[in-house]
Ligand binder design. Structure first.
Ligand code: LER
Ligand code: MN
Length: 269
């Protein structure tokens, strides 16, 4: 397993990354011992890709995944009653896939899948989400990009909250649709975190780590030795990517994540 942290590649794309420049975030990630940075991006077309790849090369960091949640906050949603918003979400996701192909990253479908509260009942919202997943996974497959469906807790979204629900959807698609599991959401939705990991073993493609209070791992009470142990048992070899509040300050958040997680990752090598 490898360690990453979410950083903002476009300004303020997510509140769950430090509000600092990409270069400052990448420099700190390298210094703290991370292997990669997960990029939160509003619109990939706003990025200077040659400069981005040069920066990543300079600091020798990989990009496991691209975050797409900022698009939902702009009004784009795969489950919206308005076809223009659904089409906008698909166009945006395709731009993420194009960039992911260059960076050898995966693309996250979290908030961008939309909500019932966007205006459609469950069955219709799910019909649009599934047809969107079919379209984006077919677009991504020849580019060797995987689509990561993220179960998100009930207080943020009103469908696909649990690993079991998202797993059942992922299994309906090509083998390039899997799950991004997030320990913060799991602590709200899963009765037993390690059992849920074991049940979804063949479709866990990516992992977000945060402690129960969504601060860096080690600041709260989640059992990361047990979580890493369960991931090791299922043969997970991907990234643990810190998606956290940068409290008490961003430097402590980066360093605490690395201090808490690197020994657990290395213990199993
Ligand atoms: C995104 O990865 C996530 O976990 C959500 O909580 C963001 O709103
Ligand atoms: Mn997450």
């Amino acid at each position: 397993m490898k360690l990453a942290i979410v950083v903002n590649a476009t300004p303020k794309a997510t509140p769950l990354a430090a509000d600092i420049s990409l270069e400052d975030a990448v420099r700190l990630a390298k210094d703290a011992g991370f292997d990669g940075v997960e990029l939160a991006i509003a619109d990939p077309l706003d990025l200077d890709v040659p400069n981005l790849t040069k920066l990543l090369e300079t600091y020798d960091l990989r990009v496991p995944a691209l975050g797409t949640g900022a698009a939902y906050k702009e009004g784009l949603s795969m489950a919206h009653p308005d076809i223009r918003r659904r089409e906008g979400a698909m166009k945006r996701l395709k731009a993420h896939v194009d960039l992911a192909a260059v960076l050898e990253a995966d693309v996250i479908v979290g908030l961008i899948r939309g909500k019932m509260s966007d205006g459609l009942p469950y069955d219709e919202a799910m019909k649009h989400i599934k047809s969107g997943l079919a379209e984006i996974s077919a677009y991504a497959k020849p580019k060797d990009v995987r689509i990561l469906l993220e179960p998100i807790n009930r207080y943020e979204i009103d469908l696909l909250n649990s690993i079991g629900d998202a797993y059942a959807v992922a299994k309906e698609f090509h083998d390039n649709v899997g799950l991004l599991i997030d320990t913060f959401h799991m602590n709200i939705e899963e009765p037993n975190l390690t059992e849920s990991i074991r049940k979804a073993h063949d479709r866990i493609f990516h992992v977000h780590i945060a402690d129960n209070i969504r601060w860096a791992p080690g600041f709260g009470c989640l059992d990361f030795p047990a979580i890493v142990g369960a991931l090791r048992d299922i043969g997970y070899k991907g990234y643990l990517s810190a998606e956290i509040l940068h409290e008490p300050d961003y430097e402590k958040a980066f360093r605490k994540t690395a201090e808490h997680m690197l020994p657990l990752i290395k213990a199993g090598k």
